[in-house]
Each structure stands twice: as structure tokens, then as C-alpha cells.
Design a protein around this ligand. Structure first.
Ligand code: THU
Length: 138
């Protein structure tokens, strides 16, 4: 933690960049990596995995969530998403909802691979008035 008290998430971003380098994206040629800092303090990563049957491809965020859950973790403290190219890779609508399942005000860090752009936000900003597990409690 730096002196200003705000975490820099540099390890998380490095992990997302490393995951991006493993992406299987022969159809879109758009590589994405995601890294989750879970409640246990560990980092879980994922990349996009495309498929010749296009709709069954998997986003990087979904892969990272699977890696987290299979390790017994169900709470996202922060997630970094790194996409190829010059623009930020903002999570798709489906992935915002996937993150929501395990997040409340989790930090979301978006980084473009060329390194020029970085944006820090929250899941609440990306998915306001979201529907989550609490909505199903009676
Ligand atoms: N992609 C992700 O992995 N995450 C997102 O949030 C947006 C899109 C992937 C899916 C597909 O493999 C490629 O980027 C192009 O859409």
C-alpha cells in the first residue's frame, strides 16, 4: 500500500497482462486478460477462450471467476481487465452481471495493453441498480 493509502494494484494489473498473453482468440484476434483480487488476498486469472462455434466462446472475466470459485472464493475485492489495442476493454454487459454476483462495490481497473490508458471505477458505476443475490432473499 503506498503512502496515500490507496492501493496501486500493480500486481493485479501485471497478472491480467500475463493472462492476456495466454488468450485463445483466433477469430476476433482481440486478446483479453482478467485478474481478480479475492477476499483471501490471492489473485485469480483468466483469458478469453474463443470457439469455432462463436457464441460459446468465453470472456476473460468469466474464466477468472471460474478460477476464483474453484479455489473456494466467492468475494471479489478488485478486478483488473486488460484488452489488446489502444482502447480500454470495458467489460461486456454479461460480464458486468457475472462480476456482480461476487461483488458489491468492488474496484474495477481497466487497462489498455499499449499502456497509455488506465481507468479505475467500481462495479456499482458500471452496473447501477443491479440485480444480485440479495434480490432473491425472502
Ligand atoms: N471479451 C472479453 O473477454 N471480455 C469482455 O468483457 C469483452 C469481450 C472477449 C470476447 C471475445 O473473445 C473478444 O473479446 C471479442 O469480443
Amino acid at each position: 500500500m503506498p503512502k496515500n493509502g490507496k492501493p496501486e494494484y500493480s500486481a493485479l494489473i501485471t497478472a491480467a497482462q500475463s493472462a492476456m498473453s495466454r488468450a485463445y482468440a483466433p477469430y476476433s484476434n482481440f486478446q483479453v486478460g482478467a485478474a481478480i483480487l479475492a477476499e483471501d488476498g490471492n489473485i485469480y486469472t483468466g483469458c478469453n477462450v474463443e470457439n469455432a462455434a462463436y457464441p460459446v466462446g468465453c470472456c476473460a472475466e468469466a474464466s477468472a471467476i471460474s478460477a476464483m470459485v474453484i479455489n473456494g472464493q466467492t468475494s471479489i475485492t478488485a478486478i483488473a481487465v486488460v484488452g489488446a489495442g489502444e482502447q480500454l476493454c470495458t467489460p461486456c454487459g454479461g460480464c458486468r452481471q457475472r462480476i456482480r454476483e461476487f461483488a458489491h462495490e468492488s474496484t474495477v481497473i481497466l487497462v489498455c495493453d499499449s499502456g497509455g490508458l488506465r481507468h479505475q471505477t467500481t462495479l456499482g458505476d458500471l452496473l447501477p441498480l443491479s440485480f444480485g443475490p440479495d434480490n432473491l432473499q425472502r
